[in-house]
Design a protein around this ligand. Structure first.
Ligand SMILES: Nc1ncnc2c1ncn2[C@@H]1O[C@H](COP(=O)(O)OP(=O)(O)OP(=O)(O)O)[C@@H](O)[C@H]1O
Length: 257
């Protein structure tokens, strides 16, 4: 669905990504994981067409992303940024309805579109639809940005740390939404720091470090050695999901360390 082919990207002579190739298929949730500064957001922004790679190319459903008009790109691909923009004093529903504008809908049409209702429902914001967006809490704002992206109903959704500000219940719900989108044939790519959610909900993991991809694999094939190599922490598999074990125990004699 979305392919990054031999991407390199540098700023001021400093390479941020070096020869990165990745395939993001339909019907899958692909998780991009790795330590701070690994290049995850840079890769996602290049995959979204927001940054032009220094070398390599991105193709979107068989078409070069660089050659697509902005409007066409916006009908194929939705992007949720890591940094929350300052939201205007506009009702929540109106902000979410901005996701419909790539379809050429007038703001009034967009506001009443079913996709907006469904998107707000998916992120649990139906009850806050008439509140002003600038009054929302951090987690609520993150869910609104996700609702705006969901309202676009694109075949591809790219989300940069969408659950970082969410409480456990909403994080679980949002990961469930991603799984549902993939089950309906969509391509979902999500940057995550939560190893537990990544290994539980993603179909494929891309592990990055220092601007390189170290591993691309199914969570079932992730090993403690890979986690240690990538993050420098000990981990443990619990019911199929990986938990950074150094966060769970202070006992230096713990046999699992
Ligand atoms: N415009 C820029 N100029 C200089 N360095 C940059 C620029 N943008 C990103 N970087 C650096 O590139 C590296 C990768 O950044 P990126 O945001 O892709 O990391 P990340 O893996 O998403 O990290 P995090 O988990 O902290 O969000 C970082 O070391 C960052 O400081």
């Amino acid at each position: 669905m979305l392919m990054a082919d031999d991407i390199s990207y540098a700023v001021g002579g400093t390479p941020l990504l070096s020869h990165v190739s990745a395939a993001f298929p339909a019907s899958r949730v692909t998780g991009i994981i790795g330590p701070n500064g690994a290049g995850k957001s840079t890769l996602l922004r290049i995959a979204a067409g927001l940054l032009a790679p220094g070398a390599g190319q991105v193709s979107c459903m068989g078409e070069g992303l660089a050659g697509m008009t902005l409007a066409r790109r916006a009908r194929h691909l939705a992007y949720m940024p890591q940094d929350m923009p300052t939201l205007p004093p506009m009702p929540v529903r109106e902000v979410a309805s901005l996701g419909r504008l790539p379809y050429g809908e007038s703001p009034a049409q967009a506001l009443h579109h079913l996709a907006v209702t469904q998107a707000l429902d998916k992120v649990g914001l139906t009850g806050l639809a008439h509140r002003l967006a600038n009054q929302l809490s951090g987690g609520e704002r993150a869910r609104l940005m996700l609702a705006r992206a969901l309202a676009m109903q694109t075949p591809i959704l790219l989300a940069d740390e969408p659950v970082a500000a969410l409480d456990p219940a909403h994080a679980l719900a949002v990961m469930g939404v991603f799984a549902g989108l993939a089950a309906s044939g969509r391509c979902v790519v999500v940057v995550l720091h939560d190893l537990l959610l990544a290994t539980r909900f993603c179909d494929t993991l891309i592990m990055m470090k220092d601007g390189h991809i170290l591993h691309q694999l199914a969570p079932a094939h992730l090993t403690d050695a890979m986690v240690r190599q990538t993050y420098g922490v000990t981990s443990r598999r619990v019911d199929g999901a990986f938990v950074p074990w150094d966060l769970c125990t202070t006992d230096p004699s713990d046999q699992t360390r």
